[in-house]
Design a protein around this ligand. Structure first.
Ligand code: HEC
Length: 142
């Protein structure tokens, strides 16, 4: 999509959010879609993972739930913890609802705050460990 089209889409979404504050979709468009794309497809060729049909699987791995918040794109955003929690819950439903395990609790503001306070020392290492743990469960993620 062309940059100008994205800008118009973001402006339209922002104006729809109105006085109630930014919706998770608007926040995603403003803060994340530049890299991850409006539909979460990313750009795997340059190392930006496709979140579609994938991020829900992370919840099945040890440390996977934490990772979705601790990954730098999420943890270092300028958004506040409450908005991050609402947006990640929305992203899971939007991009990967079928993979979210039954009984998964939504992220809360407090959980997000705690996770953001604990930076990951080795992001690629942690991601690789999660991917291989999922592989052992028969789940393949790029
Ligand atoms: C500058 C580009 C960029 C931006 C902006 C960005 N990300 Fe990312 N994101 C990445 C990359 C690259 C990865 C792969 C892991 C890594 O290297 O950090 C990633 C990984 C992720 C993952 C884990 C998916 C996986 O398969 O590893 C999540 C969840 C995520 N980002 C959420 C977000 C959210 C939420 C935002 C907006 C608040 C955001 N990202 C903004 C580049 C970005």
């Amino acid at each position: 999509m062309k940059r100008s089209v994205v800008a118009v889409a973001v402006a339209l979404l922002a104006s729809q959010a109105g006085a109630a504050g930014s919706s998770p979709k608007v926040n995603y468009m403003l803060h994340c879609s530049g890299c991850h794309g409006p539909a979460g497809a990313g750009n795997p060729e340059v190392g930006i993972p496709d979140m579609r049909g994938a991020i829900g699987h992370f919840l099945k791995a040890r440390h996977g739930r934490e990772f979705l918040i601790q990954v730098p794109g999420t943890s270092q955003t300028s958004m506040n913890d409450a908005d991050v929690a609402v947006m990640m819950n929305w992203m899971l439903q939007q991009f990967s609802a079928a993979e979210v395990p039954a009984g998964t609790l939504p992220y809360s503001e407090q959980e997000v705050r705690q996770l953001r306070a604990n930076r990951l020392a080795d992001v690629p290492g942690r991601r690789a460990a999660i991917i291989s743990e999922l592989k052992a469960q028969g789940i393949s993620i790029e």
